[in-house]
Every structure is written in structure tokens, then in C-alpha cells.
Write a protein that binds this ligand. Structure first.
Ligand SMILES: NC(=O)c1ccc[n+]([C@@H]2O[C@H](COP(=O)([O-])OP(=O)(O)OC[C@H]3O[C@@H](n4cnc5c(N)ncnc54)[C@H](O)[C@@H]3O)[C@@H](O)[C@H]2O)c1
Length: 272
């Protein structure tokens, strides 16, 4: 067994983004095994990326030194139960990507004594542009941290989080965050159409604007407020829009939405 072999347990949306990002960045597809009960998803993963696919978790995990648990939080307990005997024998590095499932729970469900890294990646990992928070339980060695960190760094910015309780905030900001941006894109496209643009033009202008603004945020080193002020001519069009956003409580809406996501993460922890 080697840490070079990875087993994804669950081959759904987030696993697909990580696998696609890893393979695109040079990880040999043959070193990636995926357990996925849905036949169509298995075929798609094998066809698109050349990874080894299996119908059961234990078949995928058997020869892998690192397991990436990528099932829904609600099925994590039964998946861990299925893998517990193998975990006791092979002592893998366990990397979970599940929202709201603590390292203590995963360790307990796997039978105890396991090195568990809880991570929260996001789907732009598919393009190597993800953002991931990571937290390691005390069983994880320096080599294990290095391994989990390099796995996520291959496809994303990787930020170690010192306090596991903060993982719910990470989930609420960056795990769920791409969906907030996609919602904004939908709204900007619809608003462009409402102002008379055809749908294709509205989509292209809105999407490229989001891409360009995101690149300015990460590439110029300037903070968001400074960049915003440079677009906002006094008495001009942007000021009219920003005043409308502020008057309608955009900041409070975002605050409340992120708080709701973090609260849901805590509920998942308590319910599991
Ligand atoms: N989608 C995201 O943007 C995102 C981001 C960060 C973290 N996550 C986390 O990733 C996990 C998966 O989310 P998703 O959105 O990819 O969900 P998903 O439903 O697309 O994928 C989960 C997959 O697990 C499979 N599965 C179910 N039982 C299984 C078993 N016993 N063995 C192996 N596979 C099994 C399902 O068939 C499904 O394809 C969740 O815990 C979620 O919190 C998701």
C-alpha cells in the first residue's frame, strides 16, 4: 500500500471536480480509485478521466493509502461502518470533504484511532481555481498534513484552520460560495435582459464581468472596497446601483445567508 494511491468514496459532483482537477494537473489517473454506486456516474468518471471505478467502497479503498470520503453527510456513518474493518487493518490517511461532519465522528464511526483530515473544498477545483479549508485531528502526522495539503494545493488555495469549529464558517464562505456567485450571475443576466439586451449578450457580458472582477480581486492585491470605489464615479451610474444595493440591504442579506449556511453545518454536526 502506498500513499500515492487515492480512493474517492463517492464519485458525485465535488469528487468529480477534485478528480478532474488532479488529473488535469498531472496526477496519473491509474493512481485514483473511485467508489460510486451509480453505474452512469462510474462510466462517466472512467470515460472522462481514465480513473479506476468500483461499485463498493471497500473495493476502491483496499489498495489505497489515502481515502477521500466524498459522500453526503447523511450517508457518512454507514460508509464508515462499511470501511471500519479495513481502516483498522490498513490505517489510511482519511480525508473527508463532507460539510458538518466532525473528525471525532468520522474517527468514532471508523472504529477509533484514525488519522482524519476534515477539508472543505469547492467546485472551482475542477479548473485548479478552488479554495479549501483543512483541519487535522491529533492523529495526523506531519507527513499526513503534508500529503493532505499537497492533495488540495494541487487544485486550490489551501488554508489550514486551527479550530475545527471554524470549518462551518469555511463551508459557509467558500464551500457554498460558488453558488452565491452563480446566483449573482443569474440575476445580472436576467437584469440585462430586462434592460433590453438579448440573452446571449447579457450572459456573455455578465460572465466576463464576474471573471474580470474576480481576477482583479486576486491579482492586483487591492482590497475589494478600493476596487469598487474606482468603478464608482461620484454622481454616476455605479453610484446609483450601489445606493440601490445598500438601501435594499445587500450586506445584511449576505450576512444572513452565510450565517444560515454555517448554522446548517452545525446542525449537520449535531444530527450526525
Ligand atoms: N458540491 C459541492 O460544491 C461541495 C463542496 C464541498 C464539499 N462538498 C461535500 O461533498 C460531499 C458530496 O457532495 P456532492 O455535492 O458531491 O454530492 P453528490 O450527491 O453529487 O455525490 C455523492 C455521491 O456519493 C455516492 N454514494 C452514496 N452512497 C455511497 C456509498 N456507500 N459508497 C460510495 N459512494 C456512495 C452517491 O451515489 C453520489 O454520487 C458532501 O458531503 C458535501 O458536503 C460538496
Amino acid at each position: 500500500m502506498t500513499h500515492d494511491t487515492l480512493a474517492f468514496i463517492g464519485g458525485g459532483n465535488m469528487a468529480r471536480s477534485l478528480i478532474g482537477g488532479l488529473v488535469a494537473r498531472g496526477r496519473p489517473a491509474a493512481s485514483i480509485h473511485v467508489a460510486e454506486p451509480q453505474e452512469a456516474l462510474r462510466q462517466a468518471l472512467a470515460g472522462d478521466f481514465g480513473v479506476q471505478v468500483h461499485a463498493t467502497a471497500s473495493d476502491a479503498a483496499r489498495d489505497a493509502g489515502t481515502w477521500v470520503l466524498s459522500v453526503k453527510p447523511q450517508v457518512m456513518r454507514s460508509v464508515c461502518a462499511e470501511l471500519a474493518a479495513l481502516a483498522a487493518r490498513s490505517k489510511p490517511l482519511v480525508v473527508s470533504i463532507a460539510a458538518g461532519v466532525t473528525t471525532a465522528r468520522i474517527d468514532q464511526w471508523l472504529g477509533g484511532g484514525q488519522a482524519v483530515v476534515r477539508t472543505m473544498p469547492n467546485t472551482p477545483s475542477l479548473l485548479g481555481a478552488g479554495a479549501t479549508g483543512l483541519y487535522a485531528n491529533p492523529r495526523v502526522t506531519a507527513a499526513g498534513r503534508e500529503l493532505a495539503g499537497s492533495l488540495m494545493s494541487a487544485v486550490s488555495l489551501a488554508a489550514w484552520i486551527p479550530d475545527e469549529a471554524q470549518m462551518d464558517a469555511v463551508t459557509a464562505v467558500s464551500g457554498s460560495g460558488p453558488a452565491y456567485v452563480f446566483l449573482l450571475a443569474e440575476a445580472m443576466q436576467a437584469a440585462g435582459v430586462a434592460q433590453g439586451l438579448d440573452a446571449d449578450t447579457a450572459r456573455d457580458l455578465a460572465n466576463q464581468t464576474l471573471l474580470g472582477a474576480a481576477r482583479m480581486l486576486v491579482e492586483t492585491g487591492e482590497d475589494a472596497a478600493t476596487l469598487r470605489k474606482r468603478v464608482t464615479s461620484p454622481g454616476g451610474t455605479t453610484q446609483a446601483a450601489i445606493e440601490s444595493f445598500e438601501a435594499n440591504g445587500l450586506r445584511r442579506l449576505v450576512h444572513d445567508a452565510v450565517a444560515a449556511a454555517a448554522r446548517r453545518g452545525r446542525e449537520l454536526s449535531e444530527g450526525s
